[in-house]
Design a protein around this ligand. Sequence first.
Ligand SMILES: [Zn+2]
Length: 166
Amino acid sequence: MGLLDALFRSSEILGIAEETLEFALESSEASHPNEYMGLLRGTEASRLGLDRDGLVITDILVIPGTESNSVSATLKTSQVPNDVRALGSVHSHPNGVLQPSNADLGTFGRGSVHIIIGAPYRRTDWKAFDTRGEPRRLDVLGVELPDSEEFFDFTQADIDEELQWD
Ligand SMILES: [Zn+2]
């Protein structure tokens, strides 16, 4: 089992927290004209006050060293902390095309939901896809997030700190 296979574990995904979606849209706009890219992480629905089993996408992890330009964002897998479990990915298309590229399709096999956000980054300028690049439903859930501190971009110092705890 490779590192990325270990990172992407399947679980039932109920949707994405509204705040998390807004964060991704804002981050994509801030990155323009370069691509924004991150990994999606989830929180148990029960921890968010939902009486359902499954996971809600609540966090976006931006990996340090991600190289981004207007047509691609390359994740350096060596920079991904070992304990990170991702449900999928999110990235932006500054050209506004809400379709996976051929390169995207090559990476979608890992993780079960992949969000593409396109310019001009309005609330409706995004789509979710499955592992095969087919559009999939992803509900936007107005849940209260337990800890807003979970919204941050990891720095190398954070990762070193996390690794020291192991
Ligand atoms: Zn893409």
